[in-house]
Design a protein around this ligand. Structure first.
Ligand code: ASP
Ligand code: MG
Length: 407
């Protein structure tokens, strides 16, 4: 007898047929004696459809009204799923985020959960009911509907599991677990049995799209065991858990390889090399609300310096504009941009206790003649910026070099 919070994503509830299949699955858990709280997404495509409707009226509609609008997607799914459960003879009750009382702050469209009232859910569970909660949404202290940001149903699932002290938060999706890398790019990719919160967080923020980043942060913070599973295929999935649950013996050096094509490179070239120039260049970028990722600065023979950093591709033109003005002010030569880049990262807590990981990575890339343009590291990650056209080759080489290929 366990208490599971199960989150089903948009594709898992994308049609009446699938909702019926989810109901059958939940029913089987009930029949095995488990208590179940379900968090669901909107049917696949629905949130996008709602956003598109709003944009027919206005480019940037009022965020409060956006939340009223997009939260309706999940409300449809909870009702349909509860009906399908009742049809199967299982008592179920659906609740919107505000009915449960998932209290959030007031930042519409990207609200954070502050508190969850578990009383109503507990009473239902005690009465033998399945509780079906709308993901992605909450309510602020004034009763306004809020939403948690795209992909936010994962966070709802984890937050419910934390509040209810569930035995596990199970994220059911259209893949059967977390992979060493994207199987569409690397045929040797394998499903991981387990991975730590920290690693998953790095994987997610470096481009792996299995889980919403915030849900992983939340799970780590409250130590909620998370499991990613396929909605309609049997299998153990991938368990995301604490570091301590590993023994040293089984700890791999690298757990996975993440990548993304979301970034672009911006270089301010020929900058007079004097104290304070980095701040002069980066402050207006920050003020324009542009996030910076990797930074390098190199000094040229003529005592000027080039400062290069990456921004999101969507921000490249904006960054260029801002910097052209700065360049004139500080007497820099020019501003260059390049969006034909990609970032490849190796991630693993095993790096902490092993030297030589970076050189192994760089050697593997060198053997394939892939030039590294920029490097950034954290305790459990090494990321490089390379030319975009070498991305797939780089991922496959690294996957092999670190022994991650299927045996
Ligand atoms: N329906 C929302 C979205 O599409 C939330 C979610 O699916 O997690 O972003
Ligand atoms: Mg989703």
């Amino acid at each position: 007898m366990s208490l599971f919070v199960q989150k089903y994503g948009g594709t898992s509830v994308g049609s009446i047929e699938r909702i019926e299949a989810v109901a059958a699955k939940v029913a089987a858990f009930r029949e095995a004696g488990h208590d179940i709280v379900v968090a669901v997404s909107a049917m696949s495509g629905e949130t996008n459809r709602l956003i598109a409707l709003a944009q027919e009226i206005q480019d940037n509609p009022d965020p409060r009204e956006m939340d009223v609008l997009v939260s309706t997607g999940e409300q449809v799914t909870i009702a349909l799923l509860s009906m399908a459960l009742k049809k199967r003879g299982h008592e179920a009750r659906s609740y919107t985020g505000s009915q449960v009382r998932i209290l959030t702050d007031q930042s519409h469209t990207k609200a954070r959960i502050l508190d969850i009232d578990v009383a109503r859910m507990r009473a239902d569970l005690d009465a033998g009911r399945v509780v079906v909660v709308a993901g992605f949404q909450g309510v602020d202290e004034e009763g306004n509907i809020t939403t948690l940001g795209r992909g936010g149903s994962d966070t709802t699932g984890v937050a419910l599991a934390a509040a209810l002290k569930a035995d596990e938060c199970q994220i059911y999706t259209d893949v059967d677990g977390v992979y060493t890398t994207d199987p569409r790019i690397c045929s040797g990719a394998r499903r991981l049995e387990k991975i730590t919160f920290e690693e998953m967080l790095e994987m997610a923020s470096q481009g792996s799209k299995v889980l919403q980043i915030r849900s992983v942060e939340f799970a780590g913070k409250y130590n909620v065991p998370l499991r990613v599973l396929h909605s309609f295929q049997d299998g153990p999935g991938t368990l995301i858990t604490l570091d301590e649950d590993y023994t040293d013996m089984e700890q791999p050096l690298i757990s996975g390889i993440a990548f993304n094509r979301d970034e672009a490179k911006v270089t301010v070239a020929g900058v007079p090399d004097t104290p304070g120039v980095a701040a002069k260049i980066l402050a207006p970028i920050g003020a324009a609300n542009i996030e910076i990722d990797v930074i390098v600065q190199n000094v040229a023979a003529d005592a000027t310096t080039d400062m290069t950093f990456t921004v999101h591709r969507n921000d490249m033109e904006k960054a260029k504009k801002v910097l052209e003005k700065v360049a004139r002010e500080i007497g820099a030569r020019e501003v260059l941009t390049d969006d034909k880049i990609a970032k490849v990262s190796i991630v693993g807590v095993g790096m902490r206790s092993h030297a030589g990981v970076a050189s192994k990575m760089f050697t593997a890339l060198a053997e394939d003649n892939i030039n590294i343009q920029m490097i950034t590291t954290s305790e459990i990650k090494i990321a490089v910026i390379i030319e975009e056209r070498y991305l797939e080759l780089a991922v496959r080489s690294l996957h092999k070099a670190f022994g991650l290929d299927k045996v």
